[in-house]
Design a protein around this ligand. Structure first.
Ligand SMILES: Cc1ncc(COP(=O)(O)O)c(C=O)c1O
Length: 490
């Protein structure tokens, strides 16, 4: 039995004040890697940021800073949560004020903040999507949408697509289209089928009398930023309407302005029956998810409104953050900005593709949801690591290991995009095929070393990773990269 001890390490993580002496924070942050390895997951021993002592310190706008003062241009956007930028002042201000009034709701009185957000979303969303259910994540939004589709239709089959990513709870995972996530947890829910994304004939052939719904991402995000051919979404809408089945659009990643319209389905004037939102809805400040549908569909939730419910879903803090986020997205015209900046980004990346055809395989995307596909997964990884060393964050996609995503805050400027592309170009100019070949076995050797250390009962941070405390330099980085990272230090 755990015994409460006064001297136990139970103090909360210290609050940071930029002006204050940061020694206490540094001391605690120095333990971050060991704590991560020993109390979150051993796999942190393989994480690049751990090896580089890149412990998160603060963030603002399009930048994240680590404890050593290094600044990172955020072209990853927290996997798509920072559409309005990091800590947008209007969202922060709204949440701070909300903290002084009501944080979590009583569950009994009318919650005006969730009702207000629902009315805002009804105005914003396409077509007749009028009602919202609020939850805490994208996975939950998908889970709820699947349940609503089954309840409304009285049928159980759901058609999804190969390589889709819809989340990891048992229902959402059943819709997710990649074996590496699915297989270890089978059997999943009955009645899920996966067809090739973009293939309307395959979709038509998969429909049966028992089909309740089709679930799709308008652009597959984790699948590798796969943009379907123009007209696909419209054809899916027509087909599902003709066959009397529901269309669920998962706009968890594509929604809230990311692709150049508020919702990606607007590019094709498609109105889904159910839409799923999350990620950027909370303004990068609070977690919130939602699924929405028309009044006609919502009717099935009327006899027992708590048939699907969530204690934290719709809480005032999250709803206020989302309301302020919608205001910012509209007032600052961020969807349109994403379209303009996305065009510039893609044009510059396509120039790089033309210059380095042996390295870059494809550039694809819409707005500021961009996938850069390399010729090999090793090359993608090597370039990503080097970008990190030079102060630019990007990330791989879950279901496509040759592709990294570029998903910056929509407030990114042309000069910041130019900095990213120039940095990328300088890396590509330096990388040779030989570099890539030597890098790959070296990584394998490091992994084997960590495994041996683990077998001996040592923490890998004691054996091979850069000491976090007081670490001042980036290990294993070229002199040129070092110069660059100094340049971007604040
Ligand atoms: C399209 C899509 N749906 C659902 C999810 C799951 O969202 P969450 O991680 O918030 O549960 C994701 C996450 O990446 C996503 O991209």
């Amino acid at each position: 039995m755990a015994v409460y001890k006064k001297d136990l390490q139970v103090k909360r993580f210290p609050l940071l004040r930029k002006s204050q002496d940061q020694d206490h924070y540094r001391e605690i942050a120095a333990k971050a890697l060991d704590n991560s390895i020993n109390h979150l997951n051993f796999a942190y021993s393989q994480k690049l940021s751990g090896a580089e002592g890149a412990v998160e310190f603060r963030d603002e706008g399009v930048y994240t800073y680590d404890i050593q003062g290094r600044r990172y241009l955020d072209c990853l956007g927290g996997f798509g949560i920072f559409n309005v930028g990091h800590r947008h002042p209007r969202v922060i201000d709204a949440v701070k004020r909300q903290l002084d009034q009501v944080c979590l709701h009583s569950q009994e009185l009318i919650n005006p903040w969730s009702a207000h957000l629902a009315s805002q979303l009804a105005e914003l969303a396409p077509g007749d999507l009028q009602y919202s259910f609020f939850c805490n994540s994208g996975t939950e939004a998908v889970e709820g949408a699947i349940k609503l589709a089954r309840l409304y239709s009285g049928k159980s089959e759901i058609i999804s697509t190969k390589n889709a990513y819809h989340g990891v709870s048992m229902g959402a995972l059943s819709a997710t289209g990649r074996d590496v996530f699915r297989k270890p947890f089978e059997p999943l829910l009955n009645g899920f089928k996966h067809v090739t994304f973009g293939d309307i004939d395959a979709l038509a052939a998969a429909i049966t009398d028992e089909t309740a719904a089709v679930i799709l991402e308008p652009i597959q995000g984790e699948g590798g930023i796969n943009v379907p051919a123009k007209g696909y979404l419209k054809a899916v809408r027509k087909l599902t309407a003709e066959r009397g089945i529901l269309l669920i659009l998962d706009e968890v990643q594509t929604g809230m302005g990311r692709t150049g319209r508020m919702f990606a389905c607007e590019h094709e004037n498609v109105v889904p029956d159910i839409i799923c939102l999350a990620k950027a809805l909370g303004g990068g400040v609070m977690p919130i998810g939602a699924f929405m549908a028309s009044a006609k569909i919502w009717k099935v939730l009327e006899p027992n409104p708590s048939i699907h419910n969530s204690t934290f879903g719709g809480n005032p803090l999250a709803c206020t953050a989302a309301s302020a986020t919608i205001e910012v997205l509209c007032d600052e015209h961020l969807p349109a900005r994403a379209a303009v900046m996305g065009n510039y980004f893609m044009r510059r990346l396509n120039e790089l593709k033309a210059k380095y055809p042996s390295m870059i395989g494809d550039v694809r995307g819409m707005g500021l949801l961009i996938g850069l596909e390399f010729k090999t997964a090793e090359l993608r990884q090597a370039v990503q690591v080097e970008l990190f060393h030079r102060g630019v964050l990007v990330a791989g996609t879950m279901n496509s290991n040759k592709t990294f995503r570029i998903e910056p805050p929509l407030i990114i400027t042309e000069s910041q995009i130019a900095f990213m592309v120039d940095t990328l170009q300088s890396i590509l100019a330096e990388f040779t095929q030989e570099d890539i070949e030597t890098l790959s076995p070296a990584r394998k050797k490091r992994a084997a070393g960590a495994k041996r250390a683990r077998a001996k009962g040592k923490s890998p941070s004691q054996t091979r990773l850069a000491p976090v405390k007081g670490a001042k330099t980036i290990k294993g980085k070229s002199a040129k990269a070092d110069k660059q990272s100094k340049r971007i230090k604040k």
